[in-house]
Design a protein around this ligand. Structure first.
Ligand code: SAM
Ligand code: SF4
Length: 441
């Protein structure tokens, strides 16, 4: 008998990608084979799961668009199963909307229900299933997992958020902070190392709010696992960057000299309205301290443009923060109104056209800085952990990352995959570097 195929489509952050690894693990155990094929025709998957993101409206609209496109496919293949899960699905109004507007969606489950997926797959054979109950801690240590890339991997160490920034839906859809036990994390990292993984990125909505140990100690433990050569972590909240954490980053050679530190806005008034619990001055002091202790550290951040109370003068402070910090990379977002959050009730002071002008100005400023910082690396030799064959240039073009997480493409042979290789940087672009294997000294 032909085995049934399943496809998992993931939106949003690395944590969602990480959850999708567990969804795939459960599907394999349930007897499915995994596919990335399109949804129509005979080659289409027998089961499709959309693992969704609720942080911004455009990600939600894309899911609704894709669900709409499946209406005809489902008419042709009524036995196909369609599921929606993740942060978007956890919201009651979304689950209700899907129930009514998309009657051919077979099951919906929220972020707490991942461990219940095997039962959901069983029940859905006889009825539609909606499970957005907030029961269980969601840690679900026993779940199987299916991973793809062998050289790098992500490991979730905490889930949820207690901060309630006024614009953000995450605390509502991911619940309060829960941290995994260090022994479970270490066991997972040891397993990864045994399979050839060399770099782990520890994940959490606020990874450094990890509660079972001081976060620096967790970094030390993970970097002590034999075979692991690099440790990264994302996303850090500025309020939880302690001197101890900076010390560990400075002295532990396996902890990458890279820090993702979202700042969201430059104006103190907007930061207060956002409920971020720090000021521009405090953020800049933190950055100055990190740069002093870890010279050459690669910094990245998240920033929101067009928060409802942000004026043009407020936005000038955002530009000032990016000029003073000189981020290597910035993740830039236009504010998106999220139902149920305090900011959704704040009337916007700037029209959308003006917000777009500010957004474009921000991108132009940052792109110039990113290019300048990358150009400064031309002529240097960087240690690159080779992740695989690049997207273009044929089988001999390899790709990997520097300690500072910059992508480097270079010609090499595939025996280099999984190894740390010295690469001399020959060319810089805004988002990546090009190089050649450095001659051995
Ligand atoms: N917890 C991390 C922090 O606060 O630093 C970030 C996690 S959040 C899911 C990822 C990013 O999405 C945030 O840093 C913020 O820039 C952005 N974001 C969250 N809510 C948003 C909204 N309503 N509109 C636009 N961007 C948003
Ligand atoms: Fe959202 Fe703020 Fe929590 Fe980050 S810290 S996930 S932005 S509420």
């Amino acid at each position: 008998m032909k085995t049934k195929t399943a496809r998992v489509i993931t939106y949003g952050c690395q944590q969602n990608e990480n959850d999708s690894e567990r969804i795939r693990g459960i599907l394999l155990e349930a007897g499915y084979t995994l596919t990335d094929h399109g949804d129509d025709g005979d080659g289409g998957a027998d089961l499709i799961i959309f693992n969704t993101c609720a942080v911004r409206d455009n990600a939600e609209q894309r899911v609704y668009g894709n669900l709409g496109a499946l209406r005809r496919v489902k008419e042709q293949r009524p036995e196909m199963l369609i599921g929606v899960c993740g942060c978007m699905a956890q919201q009651t109004h979304v689950a209700e909307h899907i129930k009514k507007r998309f009657p051919y969606v077979d099951f919906v489950f929220g972020t707490y229900a991942l461990a219940r997926l095997p039962q959901i797959l069983y029940s859905v054979r006889s009825q539609r299933v909606f499970d957005i109950e907030r029961s269980g801690d969601g840690l679900a240590e026993h779940l199987p997992r299916h991973r793809q890339n062998g050289v790098t991997a992500t490991v979730s160490v905490m889930y949820g958020c207690n901060n309630f920034c006024s614009y953000c839906v995450v605390p509502y859809v991911r619940g309060r902070e829960r941290s995994r036990a260090p022994k479970d994390i270490i066991r997972e990292v040891e397993g990864l190392a045994a399979q050839g993984c060399r770099e782990v990125t520890l994940l959490g909505q606020n990874v450094n709010s990890y509660a079972e140990l001081p976060f620096g100690e967790l970094l030390e433990l993970v970097s002590g696992v034999e075979g692991i050569e690099r440790v990264r972590f994302v996303s850090s909240h500025p309020k939880d960057v302690t001197p101890e954490l900076i010390d560990v980053m400075a002295r532990n050679r396996k902890v990458c000299k890279q820090l993702h530190l979202p700042f969201q806005a430059g104006s103190d008034k907007v930061l207060a309205d956002m409920n971020r619990k720090y000021t521009k001055e405090r953020y800049l002091e933190l950055v100055a301290g990190v740069k002093e202790k870890i010279p050459g550290i690669a910094l990245s951040g998240d920033v929101i443009v067009g928060f409802p109370t942000e004026t043009d003068e407020d936005f000038d402070h955002t530009i000032d923060v990016i000029r003073q910090t000189a981020f290597d990379m910035l993740f830039t977002f236009i504010y998106s109104k999220r139902e149920g959050t305090p900011a959704a009730k704040m009337p916007p002071v700037l029209p959308p056209e003006r917000v777009k002008v500010n957004f474009d100005r921000l991108i132009a400023e940052q792109n110039a800085v990113s290019l300048k910082k990358n150009t400064a690396l031309v002529g240097t030799t960087q240690q690159v952990l080779v992740e695989g064959v690049g997207k273009s240039g044929g089988d001999s073009m390899l790709t990997g990352r520097t300690d500072g997480a910059k992508i480097v493409n270079f010609a090499g042979n595939q025996t280099m995959i999984g190894k740390m290789i010295g690469v001399k940087i020959t060319r810089a672009a805004t988002w990546s570097l090009t190089g050649e294997v450095a001659a051995n000294k």
